[in-house]
Ligand binder design. Structure first.
Ligand code: FRU
Length: 327
């Protein structure tokens, strides 16, 4: 509504507990500083669909003007809950994960089917000898896991030398990946390459293989390609991961899109973010760019803090002046 001065944006996050989603929230908050009229109400469902359902209700009760959501699963209940929000006239932006209905204004995320295909097509060039693959799934009921798997199958269908010998279900999480890897050491011993649906799980399974003394270690491929000392880019640099595929968070684009929708402008229905394969052939250039970007982001964040402090000082001086004038 045009007469409203501030807008409340509800952000329902399937989990806030990993680095990729911390980066996403940072991206969102940085972009939000350009929109002083927006207030973010953030809810973390901690990987629970039941919690996310309850939090969607809370957000609606808090009278949000727009919902940004990364749905935990593509489940019918979650889809129905989002349908209901959309039918109330509250615009919906889906971020990274999908639902099974059309009840949204904009979907923002990289093309997971295409990423899966790229993985499948890259495998023969990564594997010099054997072609036995173990696939480590993210949460099987979430759209990125389903699409990454489907893409992988399509990608390797033209490559008869590559064969999936095992599928483990790591649910996107380091600890779950560790548990399933420990329970499947026999299969991992056979593997030439482990493809995990994210870098966190690839590294976790690798750790288990090292502890179990598996030699030679299979190659490890993941997805996300995050910056930071423990994440994908650094692990490619060190040669711990053989390849990863960039998976941008879309946080910035989500706020940009929210602003367009709230201003009554047209927004892209499908906002596809680009991915690329990262391996030793291009890591140096990518790492240099990413480090530079990180520094710039930190500068922007400290600049924002400084502006906040200046605004506070200004507000208190204005109050003091008002007191002096009116006395
Ligand atoms: C983070 C994460 C990422 C993955 C994405 C898929 O929670 O597991 O590692 O790429 O979610 O939704």
């Amino acid at each position: 509504p045009a007469e409203k001065k501030t807008y409340s944006i509800g952000f329902s996050q399937c989990t806030g507990g990993d680095e990729w989603r911390r980066v996403m929230l940072n991206d969102i908050n940085r972009e939000l500083t350009l929109y002083p009229d927006f207030r973010l109400i953030y809810k973390d469902a901690a990987n629970s669909t039941a919690t996310q359902l309850a939090q969607i209700k809370e957000l609606v009760q808090q009278d949000i003007d727009l919902l940004i959501i990364s749905p935990n699963e593509t489940s019918p209940v979650l889809t129905a809950a989002i349908d209901e929000v959309f039918q109330k006239g509250i615009p919906v932006i889906l971020l990274d994960r999908k639902i099974t209905s059309e009840s949204y204004n904009s979907f923002i995320g990289a093309d997971n089917l295409e990423i899966g295909r790229m993985v499948g097509e890259a495998l023969p060039t990564l594997l010099k000898k054997g072609g036995k693959i173990v696939e480590v799934w993210g949460l099987a009921s979430s759209s990125p896991a389903q699409e990454r798997h489907k893409g992988l199958i399509e990608g390797i269908s033209k490559k008869p030398a590559v064969q999936i010998i095992g599928q483990l279900y790591g649910q996107w999480e380091q600890d779950t990946a560790r548990k399933v890897a420990l329970a499947n050491l026999d299969i991992l011993r056979e593997a030439d390459l482990v493809f995990a649906h994210n870098d966190v799980m690839a590294l976790s399974v690798q750790q288990v293989c090292k502890e179990a003394g598996i030699r030679p270690l299979p190659l490890f491929v993941g997805i996300d390609g995050l910056p930071g000392p423990k994440s994908g880019l650094q692990k490619i640099m060190e040669g711990t991961l053989t390849a990863t595929f960039l998976y941008p968070t879309g946080g910035e684009e989500a706020i940009e899109t929210a602003a367009r929708i709230l201003a009554g402008k047209a927004a892209k229905r499908e906002y596809v973010l680009n991915s690329i394969r990262i391996d030793r052939s291009n890591i140096k250039a990518i790492k240099t760019q990413s480090d530079k970007l990180l520094l710039q982001q930190q500068d922007i964040e400290s600049l924002n803090q400084r502006i906040g402090q200046l605004n506070d000082t200004y507000a208190s001086q204005k109050n003091a002046l008002y007191v002096i004038i009116t006395c």
